[in-house]
Ligand binder design. Structure first.
Ligand code: PMP
Ligand code: GLN
Length: 410
């Protein structure tokens, strides 16, 4: 292999999704819904499949299917509070993954530093390294006895000290995976001020943009003064309409930034699947007039997930976990400190405690989860290793099945 691949041959998904499958565990690990998509979403795909228009099965425009970018342009014109040009300010990619990959490839020169707020979605580090960039980590830290992600905070001095003349970009994610933190206006303003002061590009991973609870507000950093021109905002159809297998995502940014990302994308996938883009366009067309009303799918999804979040927190507490209540997203960090299991007997590897806990939980108790130290740099893994991450976008029956197994174990 090329030198740049060294150390990146394993990832948390490969081990733990296989483990969940092999042990037929109740899967509260990898983030995917076990619910059917909304009717209007499945029906749109069905209509595309039955279409007599040959073109929906053939290559479409490289930068994004015209019908899809058109509706996204209308939607993000509202969300970004500025006119978004569908043809030059939006790029459709193979999930958010490809937007991230192409952004790093298109903006980083070897040695450029990228600030990563951690914990972070794990692919950022290998993707930055493949592009020759150097990751610099700034943690969000949990206050003592934190019970909500409101108590997981970014320290101003610590963040500022990571910026210097070699800093090319910062990447962060809100609503956040794995904690569920929703960045506050103050925190976003802090990031924005530093990006402007040091002339740094901001890559904002907002794949969970519709999933916020208890009245929390998702604020798009691109809408803060002076930020549109330096921000790439990334979204995902998988998270937006609960169809992770569709693997469509997008980057939204000014023309001058999009054209660079597109230079890379045009040589990677060139164009994405037309049928799913056509169906996704229909789904957004259905949703657009309902935006902000009681009939909005995004609103229904939010209230459904808030109930699932509360159910999961209750079930976890009953068996001795200390969950941190997320303000957004569909994951929950649960502190395992009060649970007495001797893993060292069970798992003799040098892996962090949470890896051992999840292997034990999956193999012995039949419940799959994800070890959050996978979302930390090697020097900060200890910040994550007393937690495990559970996913709650699951049928209530799946959550109850998980709870039954947890209770049997107690
Ligand atoms: N960013 C974050 C924070 C995620 O949790 C995910 C989950 N898959 C992605 C990006 C990638 O999204 P996609 O499936 O659209 O590639
Ligand atoms: N984003 C999802 C998660 O965090 C899935 C990621 C993946 O499977 N690579 O669980």
């Amino acid at each position: 292999p090329a030198d740049k691949l060294i150390g990146h041959d394993k990832n948390v998904w490969m081990e733990f999704t296989a483990l969940a499958r092999d042990y037929k565990a109740v899967n509260l690990g990898q983030g995917f819904p076990d619910l059917l998509p909304a009717h209007f979403v499945s029906e749109a795909l069905g209509r595309v499949a039955a279409s007599k228009n040959f073109a929906v099965n053939q290559y479409t425009r490289s930068q994004g299917h015209p019908r899809l970018v058109s509706v996204l342009g209308k939607l993000y014109t509202i969300l970004m509070k500025r006119e978004i040009d569908p043809l030059s300010e939006i790029l459709i990619t193979g999930g958010a993954y490809e937007s991230l990959f192409c952004a790093f490839q298109s903006f980083l020169n070897p040695g450029d530093e990228v600030i990563i707020i951690e914990p972070f979605f794990d692919c950022y580090v290998p993707q930055i390294s493949f592009a020759g960039g150097v990751p610099k980590f700034v943690p969000i830290r949990a206050k003592e006895n934190a019970t909500s992600t409101k108590d997981w905070v970014l320290d101003k001095e610590e963040l500022e000290s990571a910026f210097n003349e070699n800093t090319r970009a910062i990447i962060f994610n809100t609503p956040h995976n794995p904690t569920g933190k929703v960045f506050s206006l103050e925190e976003l303003q802090l990031i924005a001020d530093l990006c402007i002061k040091y002339n740094v590009l901001c890559i904002s991973d907002e794949v969970y943009e519709w999933l916020v609870y208890d009245g929390a507000e998702h604020i798009r950093i691109a809408t803060l003064p002076g930020m549109w021109e330096r921000t790439v905002t990334i979204g995902s159809a998988g998270k937006t309409f609960s169809v992770t297998g569709w693997k469509l995502g997008w980057s939204i940014a000014p023309k001058e930034l999009i054209k660079n990302i597109q230079t890379v994308q045009a040589q990677v996938t060139y164009t994405l699947a037309t049928p799913t883009q056509e169906a996704l366009a229909e789904a957004f067309e259905h949703e657009l007039p309902l935006l902000g009303t009681e009939k909005s799918y995004f609103k229904e999804l939010g209230s459904m997930l808030q109930q699932k979040r509360d159910l999961m927190a209750k079930l976890l507490r009953e068996v001795g976990f200390k969950p941190t209540i997320p303000e957004g997203g569909y994951f929950m960090m649960a502190d395992t400190s009060d649970i007495d299991v001797n893993f060292d007997e069970y798992d003799k590897s040098d892996d962090p405690q949470d890896y051992k806990f999840v292997r034990w939980l999956t193999k012995e108790k039949g419940i799959a989860a994800i070890p959050p130290s996978a979302f930390y740099s090697s020097q900060h893994k200890h910040h994550g290793s007393k937690y495990i991450r559970f996913c709650f976008i699951k049928e209530d029956s799946t959550l109850q099945k998980g709870a039954k197994k947890l209770k049997e174990w107690k």
